[in-house]
Design a protein around this ligand. Sequence first.
Ligand code: SF4
Length: 305
Amino acid sequence: MAEVKESSILIQDVETKNIMTKSTLPVGGYSVNPYVGCTHGCKYCYASFMKRFTGHTEPWGTFLDVKHWPAIKNPRKYAGQRVVIGSVTDGYLPQEEQFENTRKLLEQLKDSGAEILICTKSDLIVRDIDLLKEMGKVTVSWSINTLDEDFKNDMDNAVSIKRRLDAMKQIYDAGIRTVCFIAPVFPGITDFEAIFHQVRNQCDLIWLENLNLRGGFKKDIMDYICKKYSDLVPLYDAIYNKGDRSYFRGLEDQAERLAQENSCTFVDNELPYGRAEPGHPVIVDYFYHEEVRGSENTGKRTQKA
Ligand code: SF4
C-alpha cells in the first residue's frame, strides 16, 4: 500500500471490492464515497464517527484513503435509484484534482439512469460540467451556512463561500439542478434569510438543517462559542444541554414566512426530481429531520417535542 505525506495529510491507497453501498440516509438508494476521510476537516463533521471503522488514529481531516475499485458491473441496475456521492467524504476535495476518483465514478455511472446527488463544499466540480450535462438527472448541493468568511474559516478547510457561490451559479447556468444546503444552521450565527437572498436566482432548492451536537465534537463547538460568541452561551446551553426546541421552531416559522413572502414552495421533504421556477427555489425544512414529519409535505411537523 502506497503511503504519502502531503502537507501534513497522510494519503494511502486502499482496495475496495464494491464502491456502491446501500444507503442508510433518509433519501435512500446508494451512498458512494470515492475516498475515506475528508480533508475539509469541518469542526462539526457528523461523518467523523467513520474514523473508528477505518483503522486510522490520526485526527479527522488529516488522512485520506484513495479507493481503488473494479469497474461497476451492470450500471443499469441502478436506473431510477438515488445515488448520493459525498455523504461521508467530499468527492471534490483538493486531492481530487490529482486522483480524479470522483470523475472516474461519474464516468462509470454516466449511462446508468441513476439519479445522482453530489454534496460538496468545493468548486472543483466545475471541472466536470461536461460530464454532468450528459448525465440526465443530476443534483449538486453546496453546504453554505454563513456568508462570513471568518466564521467559515474557523469551521472548515474548504474553499471560500464566494468560490462556492460562483460554482453554484456556473452549474445552475449550465442547466443542472442545484441546492443550497444551509447546514448546519448555527443558532444566532447562521442568517438563512441573507443566504436565501444571495442564492435564490441560482438554485432550485434550499435545504435547512439544524446544528446537531450529538457527536464527540460537542465540547469543541461549545468551547468555540464560549470563546468567540460568548453572548450566545445561554442560547447554546438551552438548546444543547437542556433540549429547548423553541429556537428552531421559531426558525421554521421564519422559513415558512420567507417562503410565502417570496412565492416559494415550503415543504418538509424533497419533491420528486424537478426544477424550480427561477428566483423561487423550493425551501425544504429538514430541521430535526430524524423526527416524524407531516404526511402532507407542508413543512409543518405533526409531532413537536
Ligand atoms: S465536507 Fe462533509 S464529510 Fe467533509 S469534513 Fe465537512 S462535514 Fe465532514
